[in-house]
Design a protein around this ligand. Structure first.
Ligand code: NAD
Ligand code: IPM
Ligand code: MN
Length: 354
């Protein structure tokens, strides 16, 4: 079981370190060992090798069974030409190389954090448990032509039938094992690519008569998410809309630091939904839970370790229930625990409940 570990930039290395501590507990308890091969991506790779996705990193990823990524990017590299930046030249290039077409971002609200959420009991009290299924390898992020000069910048949003069919099937398959509701989010009143999207999603839906399908425009979806989030089960959407809506849905539990993600393709990659958080990087205050829950997703989806994944999730929940919080979710910042303390608390709890 070989894992490519790419800590990346900003808080990436800080939170990846904590997740690897959790993995050590899993190794100790199960007697299974993982080979971890470290690689460089993003600004970290630019500083060392002059490019955001070096050949060596590609090789490490292609030879691994799963990829475990922190995050990339930061103000230091924002003025580089687009293709040389951590995001486009690093992360997006890696996603394309691995054909990562489906990005799964589950959102769960912890009971003991309901009052921490800016939306409080009134909005989220009725229960929030949703998952965003985001198309990750096409759409406006990759469509050609695109270009930039002094006078204009332009991108192209393209979806073809095959791509929509594939991501729609992923969403319906996930919904089958949940509350059997898919909400497809598009902008089919304006965008041609969305018109095709809606048509193809309707066709795929016929293969899943037990799953209820609703279509909704993205502007309304953005509002419904904070107005009545309990109406959503599986949100199926495009690359860019999924990017925006998944960050928005982080306001439900109260922090981006709680949102893990898994991306499926030729190989699977696991990374938090949030970014490198330059505003808090290097201070040991970031929330490592998104990275730790991404580890749980990796164990479940790439290594079939379902029980172990559930145990990690349970340990996280119990530590939160006991009142421990990093600054992003703390009622009283004075009492917040650090990134490494949170990691240690989760490890200790995991050992206890194993
Ligand atoms: P961001 O997600 O890094 O941060 C947004 C806000 O959420 C910040 O206030 C940050 O402090 C907070 N936050 C995020 N993760 C947190 C955590 N684990 N604990 C506590 N707080 C957390 O988004 P941004 O500021 O718009 O972007 C910063 C950089 O990260 C940019 O270069 C961007 O391109 C990059 N980025 C990378 C990824 C990725 O690698 N997958 C994802 C998003 C953004
Ligand atoms: C994410 C990020 C990336 C995206 C950026 C860093 C390219 O925001 O993973 O959500 O837009 O997909
Ligand atoms: Mn994003």
């Amino acid at each position: 079981m070989k894992i490519a570990v790419l800590p990346g930039d900003g808080i990436g290395p800080e939170v990846v370190r904590e997740a690897l501590k959790v993995l050590e507990v899993v190794e100790k308890k199960t007697g299974k060992t993982f080979e971890k091969v470290f690689g460089h991506i993003g600004g970290d790779a630019i500083d060392r090798f002059g490019e955001p996705l070096p050949e060596e990193t590609k090789k490490i990823c292609l030879e691994a069974d799963a990829i475990f990524l922190g995050s990339v990017g930061g103000p230091k590299w924002d003025d580089l030409p687009p293709e040389k930046r951590p995001e486009i030249g690093g992360l997006l290039a890696l996603r394309k190389m691995l054909n990562l077409y489906a990005n799964i971002r589950p959102i769960k609200v912890y009971r003991s954090l309901v009052h921490v959420s800016p939306l409080k009991e009134k909005v989220i009290g009725s229960g929030v448990d949703l998952v965003t299924v985001r198309e990750l390898s096409y759409g406006v992020y990759y469509g050609q032509p695109r270009g930039l000069d002094e006078e204009k910048g332009f991108d192209t949003m393209i979806y073809d039938r095959k791509t929509v069919e594939r991501i729609a099937r992923t969403a319906f398959e996930i919904a089958k094992n949940r509350r059997k509701k898919v909400t497809s989010v598009d902008k089919a009143n304006v965008l041609y690519s969305s018109m095709l999207w809606r048509k193809v999603v309707n066709e795929v839906a016929r293969e899943y008569p037990d799953v209820e399908l609703t279509h909704i425009y993205v502007d309304n979806a953005a509002m419904q998410l904070i107005l009545k989030p309990s109406q959503f089960d599986v949100i199926l959407t495009t690359n860019m809309f999924g990017d925006i809506l998944s960050d928005e849905s982080a306001a439900l539990p109260g922090s981006l630091g709680l949102l893990p993600s898994a991306s499926f393709g030729d190989k699977n990659l696991y990374e938090p939904a949030g970014g490198s958080a330059p505003d808090i990087a290097g201070k040991n205050i970031a929330n490592p839970i998104a990275q730790i829950l991404s580890l749980a997703m990796m164990l479940e989806h790439s290594f079939g370790m379902v029980e172990e994944a559930r145990k990690i999730e349970r340990a996280v929940e119990l530590v939160i229930e006991e009142g421990y919080r990093t600054r992003d979710i703390a009622e009283d910042p004075e009492k917040a625990v650090s990134t490494s303390q949170m990691g240690d608390l989760i490890c200790k709890k995991l050992e206890e409940i194993w």
